[in-house]
Design a protein around this ligand. Structure first.
Ligand code: PEP
Ligand code: MN
Length: 361
């Protein structure tokens, strides 16, 4: 169910409706839009008695949301969600493209800094890298753990890039929260519902990758899990699905981008690195992803891919990443988007980041 407030409804009226919903034993999610605020209701098994809400002051309408996903749906929020990163001009969603680059895994301080320097030079916004790696083999490199997170926090301090890194369980999520700017939930965990709920209670935005065999509806329902806990800053990421095709590691399903945009207000990035598994396919598929309307890209980059501890064959050389950024910027204009290079720190960010830094050390 959804309560649509009148355009001129006051904050007090919105608050009163939320209180009434909670009084009925449900959860209220106020989602402000450009024209009006909508209040999503979750926690109800059947229809909510609309009489007690319809008559409240400031209410325009109470409507049933027929889709299985509610908060994720455009029915609940018409305008695109724009996720902001405090203390910076970085956004995900809206007109500007968001570019994420970095190695598959954080392997050492030297490696992370060597890659981050090039990523920053090329004008990216986020530095990625796994400190906790969900590997197919228990004998493969599992990531540096908290030491890797510390290195990423240093990268943010030095280059201004925002940090996104994967949490693989509740324990690592609690640590990732202390160091990163965005929590990544990987493909293998897209249906780990307790982890999704935990991420939903975090203050940080969540980058949710599509499961290897997830349908669009399952993908959106996973995002709904995060949002239903009160975290509305969810960014989806297409990373390819398993098919019979064997010329690539996965089949990058670019058609999901317009499909997501039609059904949901959430932004969606594309990861052509895991989506193809092959370095020479990353640039062509990146061009296509921007053309099809992706809100940004996530790209694996390594300064010495032959020596990478994971995903070397799909990692771009830094020069290739720089070329990709140039081409993405050109294609963006054709599809009425824009690639603004680099991260601008707002004045507030410096003392804030400083406070966070000293807390971690
Ligand atoms: C990653 O981004 O490092 C990763 C492990 O991706 P995925 O979860 O899509 O396989
Ligand atoms: Mn990888």
């Amino acid at each position: 169910m959804l309560v649509v407030m009148k355009a001129q409804a006051t904050p007090e009226e919105i608050q009163a409706v939320c209180e009434q919903i909670e009084l009925l034993g449900f959860r209220a999610h106020a989602l402000p839009g450009a024209q009006r605020t909508a209040i999503g209701i979750t926690g109800n098994q059947g229809e909510v008695e609309r009489g007690s809400l319809e008559t409240l002051s400031g209410v325009a309408d109470v409507i049933r949301v027929s889709k299985p996903y509610k908060l994720v749906s455009r029915d609940v929020k018409e305008e695109d969600t724009v996720v902001r990163f405090p203390g910076t001009d970085v956004t995900v969603g809206g007109r500007n493209l968001a570019m994420v680059g970095g190695p598959c895994s954080i392997e050492s301080r030297e490696q992370a800094f060597a890659v981050a320097e090039k990523i920053a030079e090329a004008g990216a916004h986020f530095f990625r890298g796994g400190a906790y790696k969900p590997r197919t083999s228990p004998y493969a490199f599992q990531g540096m753990g908290e030491a890797g997170l510390q290195i990423m926090a240093e990268v943010r301090d030095k280059f201004g890039l925002r940090i996104v890194t994967e949490a693989i369980d509740n324990e690592s999520l609690a640590l990732v929260e202390q160091y990163a700017d965005m929590i990544q939930i990987g493909a293998r965990n897209m249906q780990n519902y307790s982890l999704l709920k935990r991420a939903g209670r975090s203050k940080l935005p969540v980058l949710l990758k599509r499961g290897m065999s997830a349908t669009l509806e399952e993908f959106l329902m996973a995002a709904e899990y995060v949002m239903s806990e009160g975290n509305y800053n969810v960014i989806l990421c297409e990373r390819g699905v398993r098919t019979f095709a064997d010329h690539t590691r996965n089949t990058l399903d670019l058609s999901i981008v317009p499909a997501v945009h039609q059904l949901s207000h959430l932004p969606i990035l594309v990861d052509p690195s895991h989506g193809t598994g092959k370095r020479d396919k990353v640039l062509p598929l990146s061009r296509a992803a921007i053309a099809v309307g992706a809100d940004g890209l996530m790209i694996e980059v390594h300064h010495q891919p032959d020596k990478a501890l994971s995903d070397g064959p799909q990692s771009l050389y830094p020069e290739q990443f720089a070329q990709l950024m140039d081409e993405a910027a050109q294609i963006a204009e054709v599809v009425h988007r824009h690639l603004q290079r680099g991260v601008e720190l707002t004045e507030l960010a410096i003392p804030l980041a400083g406070a966070k830094r000293s807390a971690i050390r």
